[in-house]
Design a binder for this molecule. Sequence first.
Ligand code: EPU
Length: 429
Amino acid sequence: MEAIRIRGTGKPLRGNVRISGAKNAALPILCATLLSDGASKLRNVPALRDMDTTAALLRFLGRDVVVSAPEVTVAEASKPVRPEAPYELVKQMRASVLVLGPLVARYGRAKVSLPGGCAIGARPIDQHLKGLEAMGCTIKLDRGYVIAEGPGGGGRLKGAEVYFDLPTVTGTENLMMAAALAKGRSTLVNCAREPEIEELGRILNKMGAEVDGAGTDVIHIVGADRDKLQPFDHAIIPDRIEAGTYMCAAAMIDGGDVVLEAAELGDLEALALKLRHAGVQISAEGQNIRVKRDGPLRAVNVTTAPHPGFPTDMQAQLLALMCLADGESMITETIFENRFMHVPELQRMGASCALRGNTAVVSGVSRLFGASVMATDLRASASLVIAGLAAEGETEVRRVYHLDRGYEKIEAKLQGLGADVERVMGVSG
Ligand code: EPU
């Protein structure tokens, strides 16, 4: 198995790093191509394992997918579409559930494996299903699969009013895509407001639906008055979580000075405010973000919340940074029930951190030490890499396949900033 090996040099990160396109925007947009025929072109698509899994899923469904990073083209293939997402693919990436809305809206039926739980929590999809039912779908659960059928045994969905009991990112996206081909008007209330949802709204508008309010908590959608939407050509927004991860990495060692190219500070307000309180300088320079640390780090408290609150996807990386801050930080996770898998690993690197329910209490230490560590999810793995940059000695982060789901060329990008990082082969799991 592969691992990332980091030798702590004590030298701060300096230089420029280019931020890739957003994984969590590209995933729903790739699924939205199911709403049209003809060739859709996505640009600025990151080269990540999740993109390969989505391409494999779309091919399985009967689409013609050409990946030529950073571009992906999706078109209809000559064979008929099979509206079925099998367990083998969904278990590799739970975001595969994003094909459910488009498939049932376009083809009147879909059979999609239930994603099940994952390392960070139970992650049910009840809100997705409730919304589809409101649009006239019949939903059956059968041997691990959701079987959804449009009204009258496979007919066109009807616009509906849907209230989400809690904001869900992929739930909002699934229902936006379903509503884009439903008959009439839909109103989605208490929606998630992430920038990736705004981006999907832009795409659905390009495709011919009428979407208003994406990025706010109420979205109105008038479904296109035909049986399919039109293809599109679009460059994906920058990945705010990748950018945030490099912001934390830059702040790990005093003297860090890193320019994130093609990044959007407006999507990272909560993180930027917390980092500024911690003593890190952050400024927008045109299309870039500059991150500088020049002095001690102060402890800050953080509670994760749906956007525009502090992102759960940045909790682990900020926690790694707080391991080296002056004072005590309280880091509370409210989105997922099991998202502190990095804590015991960071403790092995010398961090002083205790878990009290859904809060990690971190007392800053003056040094971390390299160790062999591993994590069971993407962002936790990133936090261990960041910790390794500032640790004395060698850190080996195992189970790199988690990192490869969400960080394009992470070792090359860190090398470009002066870090001593390499990918090594043949390490036991
Ligand atoms: N939830 C329900 N019922 C539902 C849907 C969600 O109870 O039907 C709960 C979840 O269990 C969770 C909360 O609602 O407690 C929020 O979950 P959400 O549905 O918003 O998460 P998601 O759509 O499955 C996306 C991102 C995650 C990110 C979360 C939260 C994608 C592909 N994934 O997941 O990204 O952590 O939103 O912001 O967009 C990552 O990139 O590392 C990642 C895990």
